[in-house]
Design a protein around this ligand. Sequence first.
Ligand code: EPZ
Length: 441
Amino acid sequence: MEDAFIVNGGKPLVGTVRLSGAKNVALKTIIAALLFDEKVTLQNIPRISDVIELMHLIKSIGGHAEFIDTNIVEITGSSVNTNKVELLHSSKIRASFLLFAPLLNRFKECYVPNPGGCRIGARPIDRIIDGMRQLGVDVEYDSTSGYYNARVAKDIGGTYTFPKPTHTGTDLLILLSVRGNGMTTIENAAVEPEIDELIEFLNVSGAQIRRNNSTIIIEGVQKLSAKSAYTIGLDRNEAVTFAVLGIASQGSVEIEIPDAWSIKSFLDALEKTGAGVEKKSSNILRFYYRPGLKSYSIETAPHPGFMTDWQPNWAVLMTQAQGETIIHERIFENRFAYVNDLKRLGASVDFVSVPADNPESFYHFQYDENKHYLQAIKIIGPTPLHNGVLTMSDLRAGASLIIATLIAKGESVIQGASILERGYENFCEKVNALGGDIIKV
Ligand code: EPZ
């Protein structure tokens, strides 16, 4: 296998796409299930490699994690028999550091590798470690082994205010506090909808968690039990990818939307471009091309702002829009890996300097004034895209390169197909069902 996609582009994509379950809900609910004493059944779990890797990781520590049907998994945490997470699997999935919670709940001490950075940025967990310490967990980092050693020093509880919100950091403090005798208050918590799904899953299983905007209060409980299978929601990031695909390919794609609120900032931005968005029913939207697509500049932000995960998709759409677009990335410090490949396909896109008044508070990554960052790009459109040979570097950038080659006329090759399969289930089948032409080789 070449681990590549071959794409024949230039055709409008038309039809209906059925989204998969949300990757960024599946990962956290699977790990949360390890906090239960009995078996937990989760439905609508996407068969993507991040989920499969996480399940291997759970089995490597003695847990039970199996697909019992196409998108249904059974998780059992009571058989976990080691409190040390091995590097091989954990290094592939950043969210594996959430395992601190079930391991500390069960063993009161555990060893978890530093999740480290990835292609989109350094992605440290400093704020998260501070939060753990504030809530009663002693954490030491052993730089020779690359492992964190965490030990429960007292009943977990207290108040922690994140200096800047962190999505999975918020998940972890919830999971650390949900079982026990203490009361935890998290201030300046992240408010992504995926966290609300985690809270709902835990609360229907006996947890006591309340959210008031960015304040989350968790009262520890003694037991969590799943009274029935829990079904996770649809993937809003996938929704945006296919919406852009329908519009940019000059086609028409109908999508059952997870929850319009979860993609409101995307819908608002689309409205400014004049793209076609038709409400077919309460939860089905049709995204279609209308001549004269207009450019619209965005800057990314935590929910309910324009999500960083949608930024690469927006860039491809704006190559087909009339005028100049500025995209300013505030969340991660390396989320423009697709830019050079877009240029190779004929797009007019260049890095530009957009000054920020107070970069330390404006950017959500750890800003270093001695470093030079490339945080903004300028796109001039519309430009016809042609075929090319590309290499994808991260999940969302990869999806954007596929959108670009599906717009471009001719045959393109994109290396790194396995990166896309980390987060998009049956992607080729879904695209080809819309009249696209993509195969994995
Ligand atoms: C989650 O990442 C998602 N991943 C990301 O989706 C998503 O882009 C991101 O949230 C923003 O919504 C999962 O849910 C598995 P953060 P996460 O902690 O939690 C910095 C995708 O493609 N930071 O909110 O890692 C961090 O480096 C992925 O599906 C610290 O500096 O994001 C980043 O720059 C990509 N120190 C910023 O904060 C910390 O202790 C926001 O990160 C924690 C975070």
